[in-house]
Design a protein around this ligand. Structure first.
Ligand code: SF4
Length: 191
């Protein structure tokens, strides 16, 4: 990885604290840019590769207070389409701040393993949820994933599947600026 070169990550949006995007209180970072075009994608505004909010990985983790934050959840967009920035972000999150790392991707684990720059990222991820969103296989339990074809890969001993059984499916967050953000995985049935 090119450590000497400053790497910016193009970010769509950030939720400073969420309880429905993985275990505990988590900061959720939505990367900008995805070419997978899954039918029914929950976040189509993230597809464009236009630069929206460029941040260095270090800046991103200093933007909001991390008190009481257990980890970061990275979603998108497609995080692995910015693998160098993703790698730096994951490394700083784990090594500097001791945060856990959860990453959602439209690639499969096998596809990621074949690309050296993506394989390096896997070394700093606690849980990977892989695969494209398939609307006909929509998840209806409290598990934090979009569709049932998506698989959990527990790449460290930090979590297990029970930790992804959420207290609810959707959160509505009203920011200080009055902006309302809805996050999570719609439809509720029980874990
Ligand atoms: S991979 Fe994710 S962000 Fe990309 S189109 Fe599919 S659901 Fe949307």
């Amino acid at each position: 990885m090119p450590n000497a070169i400053p790497i910016n990550i193009n970010i769509h949006s950030i939720i400073p604290i969420s309880k429905v995007n993985g275990p505990g209180n988590r900061m959720v970072l939505f990367f900008q840019g995805c070419d997978k075009n899954c039918h029914g994608c929950f976040n189509p505004d993230t597809h464009s590769f236009q630069t929206i909010n460029p941040y260095s990985p270090d800046e991103l983790l200093k933007k909001y207070p991390l008190n009481g934050i257990e980890g970061i959840t990275i979603s998108g967009g497609e995080p692995f389409m910015q693998p160098y920035g993703l790698y730096e972000l994951l490394k700083i999150a784990r090594k500097t701040y001791g945060l856990s790392t959860v990453v959602y991707t439209g690639f499969t684990y096998k596809e990621l393993e074949k690309k050296p720059e993506c394989r390096l990222c896997l070394g700093f991820i606690d849980v990977l949820i892989d695969g494209r969103y398939v609307a006909s296989k929509k998840e209806t339990t409290l598990l934090a994933r979009g569709s049932t074809n998506q698989r959990f890969y527990f790449l460290s001993s930090r979590y297990s599947k029970i930790d992804f059984c959420m207290p609810g499916k959707v959160e509505v967050i009203i920011g200080k600026d009055g902006v309302i953000t809805k996050t999570g995985f719609s439809k509720l049935a029980g874990c």
